[in-house]
Structures are given as C-alpha cells and as structure tokens.
Design a protein around this ligand. Structure first.
Ligand code: HEC
Ligand code: HEC
Length: 165
C-alpha cells in the first residue's frame, strides 16, 4: 500500500512537471539543494543559515524531521524527505566556514560543487580535468591539515547531495 502511494505520488509529480506547472524538471529532483531552493527558500532563505539557526542541537533525527517536512507541505516527494532532512541536519552541525572563507571567490558551495566537482571511484575530482581535489587543497587558500579534511569532507557530502547517491 505504502509503495503504491509512493508510486502514485511520483507519477503525479512527473505528470505535473511534464505539464509545466512550475515544478522543477524531474531530473533535478535528486538535487537536494535545488529541491530546497525550489520548495523552501522563498520562506526560509538559504538552507545553511536556516538549518544552523533553527535545527542545531535539538536532538532531531532525519526520520522525525522528514515526517515534519512532509506534513509541513511544500510538495517534497515523500521518498526524498528523509534525504532532505539529513541534508538540513548535516548543515545544522557544520560551521559556516565555506561561507566565511571561500564564498567570496567560489560562490555558494552547492553551486560550486554541482558545476565543478564529482565523486569518481570514491575520489573527489574536478569533473572536467579529473584532477583530484584532496592534494589540490594542500596548496590552496593556506589551509591547515584539519581545514583540508574539513573542506574535503564538506565538498564530498555536498557532491552526494547535488548529484545524488
Ligand atoms: C509558505 C512558506 C513556507 C514554505 C514554502 C516552507 N516553510 Fe517551513 N516554515 C514556515 C513557517 C511560517 C514556519 C514556522 C511555523 C511552523 O512551524 O509551522 C516554518 C517552520 C519550519 C521548520 C521548523 C523550524 C523550527 O524552528 O522548528 C522547518 C524544519 C521547516 N519549516 C522546513 C521547511 C522545508 C524543508 C520546506 C521546503 C520543503 C519548507 N519549510 C517550506 C513557512 C514555510
Ligand atoms: C581568492 C580567491 C579564492 C579563495 C578565497 C578560495 N579559492 Fe578555491 N580556487 C580559486 C581559484 C582561482 C581556483 C582555480 C585554481 C586552479 O584551477 O588551479 C580555485 C580552485 C579551487 C578548487 C578546485 C576546483 C576545481 O575545479 O578543480 C577547490 C576544491 C577550491 N578552490 C576550494 C576552495 C575552498 C574550500 C576555499 C575556502 C577555504 C577556497 N577554495 C578559497 C580561488 C579561491
């Protein structure tokens, strides 16, 4: 029954999108950052600052937050609510270092990652040249080893959120 409902919801979503009713293209559906921008940002602004202000340190699980998001509305596909919730909880726990140190040159982390990076065989690389990002970060922006690890993990997480698992 639950499966059938999900399939129906998906078909409905696809049909509405195909009819051009303002829903994003189905191919964009796996992009959680786009999903938030399309369905939530008009009221909540950027996901990172929103999550840090309202969702940090509240002992929320992705499952509970996912259920809230579905009840809350906005038309998130049910099968994507837990992933969207996980993204928000990860953002709630991540200090805004990209915003503070990188955004001035690279823009928003999600846009930068979507456009330029990809995970290939478990290694984060430039999607066009194939250049691995970890060694690049050793000589970029004067990052300490701790910072290099932080940013590599951050960009790797976001890569999964914008390009899908
Ligand atoms: C039309 C405006 C609107 C849209 C669109 C919207 N929200 Fe909200 N949201 C609100 C308002 C207003 C509140 C505060 C009142 C409440 O809790 O319902 C809220 C509260 C929340 C909260 C709880 C914050 C807290 O302090 O507990 C979360 C989480 C949330 N929204 C997530 C989302 C997500 C994710 C989306 C997109 C799928 C979304 N919202 C779309 C208006 C909106
Ligand atoms: C002063 C501007 C500037 C700042 C600040 C900056 N970068 Fe860069 N970054 C660049 C430029 C320019 C390049 C391209 C260099 C190249 O390709 O050799 C680049 C390349 C990169 C790449 C490789 C992208 C690719 O396509 O291969 C990554 C990853 C990266 N930066 C991460 C960061 C992170 C993380 C921060 C914050 C700690 C940061 N950068 C801060 C200017 C900046």
């Amino acid at each position: 029954m639950a499966v059938r409902l999900t399939v129906t919801a998906l078909l409905l979503g696809a049909a509405l999108a195909a009819a051009g009713m303002g829903l994003p293209h189905p191919a964009a559906a796996a992009d959680l950052h786009r999903l938030f921008e399309d369905r939530c940002a008009a009221c909540h602004g950027d996901a990172g600052p929103f999550a840090q202000e309202f969702l940090a340190d509240r002992g929320l699980t992705a499952e509970r937050l996912g259920r809230f998001v579905l009840r809350h509305g906005g038309g998130v596909p049910p099968d994507q609510a837990p992933a969207l919730a996980s993204m928000l909880l990860a953002q709630a726990e991540t200090p805004p270092l990209f915003q503070q140190h990188c955004r001035i040159c690279h823009g928003k982390a999600a846009d930068f990652t979507r456009d330029r990076l990809i995970l290939r065989d478990g290694v984060l690389v430039n999607r066009y040249s194939g250049r691995p990002i970890a060694p690049f970060l050793r000589t970029h922006a004067e990052l300490s080893p701790t910072d290099q690890t932080f940013f590599l993990n951050l960009l790797t997480r976001i890569e999964g959120e914008v390009h899908g698992p």
